[in-house]
Ligand binder design. Structure first.
Ligand code: SF4
Length: 368
């Protein structure tokens, strides 16, 4: 075991590491201010694993319908050795007729064993190197590539849906397959942003690989591909070469935030403590927000903690912003009722007046 792995093992308190994957790493950017989530992910755990193995509860399960739909759509698209995905690219003119080389890395080493994982990573690297050398044998579609991404000195493996490049293009873009229904301008924007950020995790991994090979990172570009499905059918809809500049920037910012290395995580914990203890998880600083429910299995715990602290965020983002001057719900109630100590500053005086005006209005509406 390397010294770094030994430290991670100690921080996990003996819990087995899980591959957090592109989705887990992407979730860091959704709440860049949450130290708790960063510490969990960096040490090789997930919020679901913490819920199950540390807090002894059942994590939220993804709806079986959604899982089946996602798997069926992906299977359909990657069936015939990736032929269906290739057809979509050709129909849209993003691959030429001669761009017909497809390699599925997962076929080479399909098991979840360490040996197969290493073989998938090596094969992905070999195929990418072919492209960098301009070798005509370089695939146009690499399905299920496995790449390494180093965050704050810890290497995480990520498996992507695919990489794509025509023979004319110098390098690959990352592609993601999502079973979200494509409703044009009405498609859920949060879903699209998530898909873009997930693909951008792959772009960051490509950038790191390029750097390690002495190649310019610019080759990885800032564009990604997304395949959605048409509403009510499995017909794929391709959005190729979408600009993901802001998603890449938000990810990079989130990954650069503290704790930025294992030293900082260790310093945050009491001596010898590990994330396998519920009290240690509870003591890690968090930053609950209304969007936590969308991506983090710990949301109920963090919301309960926010409620116990009288944090106005439990009433939603807008309420939290409006009550910011009070600092807590208890203080806001004091300002409304004129109880407790008098207003500390002008911001509290204004807030007290606004709360009383709103209360009087509500009273008039309710009682006529
Ligand atoms: S639910 Fe908790 S741990 Fe997860 S991101 Fe939100 S505040 Fe952080």
């Amino acid at each position: 075991m390397t010294p770094e792995n030994a430290r991670l093992h100690r921080l996990r308190g003996g819990l087995t590491a899980v591959e957090v994957g592109a989705r887990g790493i992407e979730s860091l950017a959704r709440n860049a201010n949450c130290t708790r989530l960063r510490a969990i992910v960096i040490t090789g755990l997930t919020p679901s694993k913490v819920i199950e193995h540390v807090l002894g509860e059942l994590p939220d399960a993804m709806s079986p319908f959604a899982i089946t739909l996602t798997q069926a759509f992906e299977k359909r698209l990657l069936s015939n050795a990736g032929g269906s995905l290739l057809t979509v690219y050709r129909e849209k003119g993003h691959l030429d007729p001669q761009d017909a080389k497809i390699t599925n890395v997962a076929d080479l080493a399909p098991r979840d064993t360490q040996v197969d994982c290493i073989r998938r990573e090596r094969e992905t690297r070999r195929l990418i190197e072919l492209k960098l050398r301009g070798d005509p044998a370089a695939p146009n579609l690499i399905l299920k590539p496995r790449l390494a991404l180093t965050i704050v000195g810890v290497t995480h493996a990520i498996e992507l849906d695919y990489l794509v490049a025509s023979d004319r293009e110098p390098f690959y873009r990352v592609g993601v397959i999502k079973s979200y229904a494509d409703r044009g301008g009405k498609t859920n924007k949060a879903h699209i942003r998530t898909a873009c950020r997930e693909a951008s995790v792959g772009t960051l991994a490509l950038q790191q690989l390029l750097t390690s090979l002495g190649q310019p990172v610019e080759l990885a570009g800032d564009r990604i591909d997304i395949v959605l499905k048409a509403p009510g059918s499995f017909t794929p809809r391709l959005y190729a070469a979408q600009r993901a500049e802001s998603e890449l920037a938000s990810l990079t910012r989130a990954l650069a935030a503290a704790p930025s290395d294992l030293d900082q995580i260790e310093q945050m914990l009491p001596a010898g403590a590990s994330l396998a203890k519920p009290e240690v998880i509870e003591a890690l600083p968090n930053h609950y927000c209304s969007s936590c429910k969308e991506h983090c299995a710990l949301w109920q715990h963090c919301r309960a903690q926010a409620q116990a602290q009288g944090n106005a965020i439990i009433l939603g983002d807008q309420a939290a912003e409006q009550l910011a001057a009070a600092g807590s719900l208890n203080r806001a109630m004091d300002l409304l009722n004129g109880s407790g100590r008098p207003p500390d500053n002008r911001a509290e005086v204004v807030l007290a007046a606004e709360l009383r005006a709103a209360s009087a209005l509500l009273d008039r509406i309710a009682n006529g």
